[in-house]
Design a protein around this ligand. Sequence first.
Ligand code: GTP
Ligand code: IMP
Ligand code: MG
Length: 340
Amino acid sequence: MTCSILVGGAWGDEGKGKCITYLCNKDKPDIIARAGVGPNAGHSVEFNGEKYGLRLIPSGFVQTQSKLLIGAGVLVDPNVFAHELDYLSKYNVAERTFIDPRCGIISQDHIDRDKSSKHLSEKIGSTGSGCGPANSDRVLRVGKRAEDIPELADYLEDVSIACNDTLNEGGDVFIEGSQGFALSLFYGSYPYVTSKDTTASSFAADVGIGPTNVDEVINVFKAYITRVGEGPFPTEMSQERAEALGIEEYGVVTGRRRRVGDFDFELAKESCRINGATQIALTCVDRLYPDCARTQDYSVLSAETKEFISQVEQETGVPVTIISTGPDLKDTIDLRDELL
Ligand code: GTP
Ligand code: IMP
Ligand code: MG
């Protein structure tokens, strides 16, 4: 029985979607449970030559044997949920996706408030998905919950009971976090953050699993850092340098150009400490070191790439167990067996 939580190490968009699909496809957990804020997330999944952009349904959907759950802490936009059930229909998601009845609901009014607030849309640079206003209504205890929405009635299940029963029966539960450490309302670059804590402890609470049941925390970092929206970014580089390095990026949800910077060892250290990370997954290593593109073999990495990976391990004290060398699931070096 293993309970793993995957978290973003920086400002989101670390390639969590890719890591989640790789790990779930390989390990076949009984349950894949979505934690985190809500549909402000945009996870990218590339599988068998097809590309998907997801905001709510767990990115592990490609593992068709797993049950897909959305934990009580996550905000649900019923329109996004309906769209994704349809979008992923060839993976039978409608038969195996369930929402906790306690999930907070995002309505059109929340989206309008998010987009029309100068503070949120301009100063903070929010995603406009209604998450901030919906979480604020939740804190004020005036928001609706999934159990209040007739269209969701067929998809309700107590996610905490499902996860704990599966663990007690010896099964595996994989919890996918969204956003990233530096966007945490508690630990991130306040006020330029999202509307909730985004560390592993909150993700466990989001799906109703207690801290003593968590075995692994996998912290995902890109080999460089990106940030969308406003706020401090100590290692930021110019767009010209990002282009010269071939690492410019655009957002999945908003299409906004992402700000780009060098890997931040201080941020990585803090992120590993507060998340209690037991493993690191490093993504987009091929974009920084093109000679390792698509390899699955650690031994062929250049000396420079290996030096970078060992510096990450030394600075954080956490082993790098997954090295992602391309967007597809198969472009992955998996070193987890070497930990045993
Ligand atoms: P958030 O929930 O927003 O944090 O999403 P995310 O962490 O899943 O990241 P997102 O999909 O927004 O952005 C990562 C981008 O990098 C996507 O386009 C992925 O397909 C791509 N990607 C992920 N891993 C790799 C990799 O190792 N190499 C390359 N070249 N691309 C990658
Ligand atoms: P909100 O969560 O939409 O309120 O946005 C607040 C801040 O968090 C903005 O800077 C957003 O760009 C950022 N943000 C929220 N979710 C994500 C994500 O999944 N990836 C990257 N940035 C995010
Ligand atoms: Mg993203």
